[in-house]
Design a protein around this ligand. Structure first.
Ligand SMILES: NC(=O)c1ccc[n+]([C@@H]2O[C@H](COP(=O)([O-])OP(=O)(O)OC[C@H]3O[C@@H](n4cnc5c(N)ncnc54)[C@H](O)[C@@H]3O)[C@@H](O)[C@H]2O)c1
Length: 380
């Protein structure tokens, strides 16, 4: 296949980022297949046409099922509100088209596992946008852990905190829809859970404490509506490897804009990565002379995975849309059988969702919850 025709649904925050990433993919990475922006769908024809013109799509439609069926669309890319992911993924699977869906894949683990099974039965390749896994510094952290350089991992302290829901007058949006896979744990916690699983491995059990701080919010039509989802959460977690740790999520973390970070403590060293400064990994390795004992800061550079295609010089900084471009390149490699296949698929997204569900369950009942039990009950 020389050309991969992209059908993008949604043109908001993520739709724009995906469009930019698809456009940059072939120029950044040497691939046998070039993505082409074929068709964009949005809520209505006018919105879709405007976005298609701006992003450089050949065609537009206000009717997403028509996009999925279009014979010239090779891959369905979904960047719509969470509650729409499952019906859109199902339509793409029925049309036997590869699907790239934004996180969280589904409102709950049962739906996510069902989607994974349906895609596997149909032989449809699937990809989910946990883009922070594709930061070259995340890959470095994982490589350092796998190589044994910091020894046995004892502790993972992870957090994703932002402040976009801090204002109590911030209006009701789809991110608050209790049926739609909403709340801080699903929206932000899913990212830090994906990183915890990628770097340390599966989470076995957890105990969570969850709050709703802002109890009601204004709707766009001037009413007020009760908030039924979580604003902040924290969990004690135990990994299958024996490591322990904490995971926090908050969208009311006053002053924090993008605090997605983790600190890993190992028997021979430690790692710190904060996506607010996503081009720097901090590493501590024990055993150095006392005069040199301390953390070192490693800047991202062309020696690190996926960086060199963007810039030939170290410390010149990649950004959010660049790591989305690494993601889209990985999808092209996955579809053309050319490369490592590092992208999370629907099954991995369902495993992540099982941790989200376990945190919500534990937050409600106050007990330790087995993630395995939650995943099995959800049809793993
Ligand atoms: N990976 C990340 O870092 C990241 C960051 C932000 C959002 N997200 C995820 O991306 C998804 C979208 O979030 P966003 O912030 O871009 O939202 P958004 O509200 O900015 O955009 C949603 C888009 O979907 C369109 N849409 C809504 N209903 C539709 C319908 N019935 N048919 C076609 N189009 C429709 C909207 O018009 C809009 O263009 C969510 O699942 C969210 O969790 C991921």
């Amino acid at each position: 296949m020389k050309r991969l025709n992209i059908g993008l649904i949604g043109s908001g925050f993520m739709g724009r980022s995906h469009a930019l990433a698809w456009r940059a993919t072939a120029a950044t990475f040497s691939l046998r297949t070039t993505p082409h922006l074929e068709l964009l769908a949005d809520i209505d024809e006018v919105t879709a046409r405007k976005a298609a013109l701006g992003f450089g799509f050949s065609r537009s439609t206000g009717d997403w099922p028509m996009l999925v069926e279009d014979p010239d669309v090779d891959l369905v890319d979904i960047t719509t509100p969470n509650i729409l992911h499952a019906p859109m993924c199902r339509a793409a699977i029925a049309a036997r088209k590869p699907v790239y869906c934004e996180k969280p894949l589904a409102p709950d683990a049962a739906t996510a596992f069902a989607l994974a099974r349906e895609a596997e039965a149909a032989g449809v390749p699937t990809f989910v946008g946990f883009n922070y896994l594709r930061n070259p510094m995340t890959e470095l952290a994982r490589d350092i852990v796998t190589s044994g350089e910091i020894g046995e991992v004892w502790n993972f302290r992870g957090i994703h905190a932002e402040d976009y829901m801090t204002d109590p007058e911030s209006p009701w949006t789809w991110r608050l829809d209790p049926k739609g896979g909403a709340g801080a744990v699903a929206d932000l916690g899913s990212h830090i859970i994906s990183l915890a699983r990628y770097v340390v491995g599966p989470i076995e059990r957890l105990s969570a404490d969850i709050d709703t701080i802002v109890r009601e919010r204004p709707t766009r039509d001037g009413r007020r509506r009760a908030v039924e989802v979580d604003d902040q959460a924290r969990a004690l977690v135990r990994f299958a490897s024996g490591a322990k740790g904490t995971i926090e999520a908050s969208w009311v973390a006053t002053g924090r804009k993008m605090y997605l970070a983790f600190e890993l403590t190992g028997s021979k060293g430690s790692i710190c990565l904060n996506m607010e400064r996503m081009n720097e990994l901090k590493l501590y390795v024990s055993g150095r002379p006392a005069t040199l004992d301390g953390w070192v800061e490693i800047p991202a550079g062309p020696a690190h995975k996926d960086y060199a295609g963007f810039i030939p010089a170290p410390a010149h900084q990649l950004g959010f849309n660049d790591i989305k471009t690494i993601e889209t390149a990985e999808i092209v490699r996955g579809l053309t059988g050319n490369g490592l296949k590092r992208m999370p698929d629907f099954r991995e997204a369902a495993e992540i969702q099982a941790v989200v569900d376990a945190m919500l369950m534990s937050g409600r009942n106050g007990n330790w919850v087995s993630v395995d039990d939650v995943a099995k009950a959800a049809g793993r």
